[in-house]
Design a protein around this ligand. Sequence first.
Ligand SMILES: [Zn+2]
Length: 132
Amino acid sequence: MIRIKVERVRTMPAQLESGVLYVSEEFETAAHLCACGCGSKVRTPLGPTEWRFTDHPEGPSLYPSIGNWQRSCKSHYWIDRGEIEWSTQLTPAQIAAGRAAEERRREHYYAELYPDRWWVRVWRWLKSMLGH
Ligand SMILES: [Zn+2]
């Protein structure tokens, strides 16, 4: 888990440290080093139509997410209460859990739609035979 802390500044320092979200309320801007570690500076203007910065006791939040599409790392993450939450780098367990949930939703959907169809019962029987 990568954590990021807030540091209030007036103007952005020339050298940014990783793990620090620099916030200048006076100039309505925030900056940090890309959370992937590539060293890119990420500038996020703050404002009603830009990013929204919230300072929680646990740490800073920025909304919406940070998408570094134009950089070579293409990283995409959220800064949420001082934690970096990756959106693209899912662990295999998360991917499997997502697929299982999807499967359950689909099954539930068809079961509600066609509760008495023979193939729904066959499908359930097959699934039970396969140990799911
Ligand atoms: Zn990066």
